[in-house]
Design a protein around this ligand. Structure first.
Ligand SMILES: [Fe+2]
Ligand SMILES: [Fe+2]
Length: 378
C-alpha cells in the first residue's frame, strides 16, 4: 500500500505582513505531531482561521414560508400530545447551524401549536424566550404568576429563570406562535439549567393582564414599588398600540435609510432591551419603500406580520408575505422592499443585539457601491 501523504498544516497561510505564513517542512510536521501528543498545537497553523479579518457567519440566509410550514405544524397536533412532547414545536433548522439547532447564529426559533383546552407544564430555564402570536384565539401565557392573554402579533417574554407555561382557553381555537430563544448561546456558554415546576402548574397570583395596566402606559411607570429584575416588567407587548406608535412616529420622521420606520421594544423601567440577551423591534416599510443595504454584527430573525415584499440578503432575493420568517446572519448585507404602493408592510424582529452591545462587539457598515443597493442575483 502506498504511504499516505502527511496531513498539510499550512493551508491557512496568508502572504500578508502580520499574518501567519509558515510553510510546512518535514521537520515542522514532526514537531506538530509531537505537540499533538500533549494536546497542544502551534498557533501559527490555525491563527488565520480562528482570527478571520471580519466575522464569517456559519449561518446561511433562509426564508421559511408559512405556506410550507403551516400544514406540517398543524399535523403535529395529531401526531404527538403536548404532554408527551413537552412542547409541541417544529423548529427552524439553519443548514449551517444544524449542530446547535439554531435558526441563525446563536438564536433558536420554532413554531409551536396548541389545541383549545391544552396547557403545557410550567417550567423555568436559563435560556430567555419570547413568543410572537401568529394565529388563533384564546392563547395565554403565565409568567411568575402573571397571566397574559394573547392575540395575533402580540408578543410575550418568558425571561431567564421565570416560571412559565402556555395554554389555549377551551373556548379558543388552535393557536400557532413563533418561539424565539437564546438556547444555542446559553449552551455555548455552558450555562443552561432547566427545571419543571414541582406542581406542574403555577397559581395565577395577580389580576389577568395586570402588567399591561401597570407598565404599558406611555411615559409612565408606577410611582410605588420597585422593579429591579434585569428584564422588562411589561412582559407582554400588544400589536394595536405598537402599530399605532409606528404610524404616529411615521408622521414625524423620514425613518432610517436601512430600516424604514423602526421602533425597539424596551424595558420601560430601564429604557434598555426587553431581556438581557434578546432584543426585539417592529419596523414599518411605507408603501413602495425600498431601504438601502447595510450590515452589522448580531443575528436577526424576522417575521412579516403585515403586508408583503422582499429582502435582498447577501445578494439573494427572498420574497416574503404575512407570517413568513427569514433570518439575516451576522455581518451580512441586507435591504428590504415593500412591494405594495398602497399598504405598509411590517416586520417583527428579534436579535442578539443586547449581547453584542454589552460585550462591545456591535459594528455597523453601510453598503457603499451602487448608490447603496446590492445587485440581486434573484
Ligand atoms: Fe420555556
Ligand atoms: Fe439591519
Amino acid at each position: 500500500m502506498a504511504p499516505t501523504a502527511p496531513k498539510r498544516r499550512d493551508e491557512y497561510r496568508e502572504d500578508v505582513a502580520g499574518r501567519a505564513n509558515v510553510a510546512d517542512t518535514p521537520e515542522l510536521l514532526t514537531y506538530y505531531d509531537d505537540l499533538e501528543r500533549y494536546e497542544a498545537g502551534a498557533l501559527w497553523t490555525v491563527a488565520n482561521k480562528i482570527e478571520p479579518w471580519q466575522p464569517r457567519s456559519g449561518s446561511v440566509p433562509v426564508l421559511w414560508r408559512y405556506a410550507d410550514l403551516r400544514e406540517p405544524v398543524m399535523r403535529s397536533l395529531d401526531l404527538v400530545t403536548a404532554e408527551k412532547a413537552g412542547r409541541r414545536v417544529i423548529y427552524l433548522n439553519n443548514p449551517g447551524r444544524r449542530d446547535v439547532s439554531a435558526a441563525v447564529g446563536w438564536l433558536y426559533s420554532g413554531l409551536q401549536v396548541m389545541n383549545p383546552g391544552e396547557v403545557a407544564s410550567s417550567h423555568a430555564h436559563s435560556a430567555s424566550a419570547l413568543r410572537f402570536i401568529m394565529e388563533g384565539e384564546g392563547a395565554y401565557t403565565v409568567v411568575d404568576g402573571h397571566k397574559m392573554t394573547l392575540g395575533a402579533n402580540d408578543f410575550v417574554l418568558t425571561p431567564n429563570g421565570t416560571w412559565h407555561e402556555h395554554g389555549v382557553e377551551a373556548t379558543g381555537t388552535a393557536c400557532i406562535w413563533q418561539d424565539g430563544l437564546d438556547i444555542p448561546l446559553v449552551n455555548a456558554l455552558e450555562a443552561n439549567f432547566y427545571v419543571v415546576h414541582p406542581d406542574l402548574q403555577q397559581a395565577v397570583g395577580h389580576p389577568v393582564d395586570d402588567v399591561r395596566s401597570a407598565y404599558g402606559n406611555p411615559g409612565l411607570v408606577p410611582s410605588t414599588g420597585t422593579w429591579s429584575k434585569p428584564y422588562s416588567p411589561l412582559l407582554k407587548y400588544e400589536w394595536a398600540p405598537t402599530y399605532e406608535a409606528l404610524n404616529r412616529y411615521a408622521k414625524v420622521t423620514d425613518g432610517s435609510p436601512f430600516d424604514g420606520v423602526m421602533m425597539n421594544y424596551i424595558n420601560p423601567v430601564s429604557g434598555g432591551p426587553v431581556m438581557q440577551t434578546i432584543g426585539a423591534a417592529m419596523q414599518m416599510l411605507r408603501p413602495g419603500e425600498r431601504t438601502k443595504a447595510h450590515r452589522h454584527t448580531g443575528s436577526f430573525i424576522y417575521q412579516c406580520c403585515k403586508g408583503s415584499g422582499y429582502s435582498i440578503i447577501d445578494g439573494r432575493r427572498f420574497d416574503w408575505r404575512e407570517r413568513d420568517i427569514f433570518c439575516v446572519p451576522s455581518w451580512t448585507w441586507h435591504e428590504h422592499v415593500n412591494l405594495s404602493d398602497r399598504d405598509d408592510a411590517c416586520l417583527f424582529t428579534f436579535n442578539d443585539l443586547p449581547v453584542m452591545q454589552a460585550l462591545g462587539l456591535y459594528r455597523e457598515e453601510a453598503f457603499g457601491d451602487n448608490g447603496g443597493y446590492q445587485h440581486a442575483a434573484g
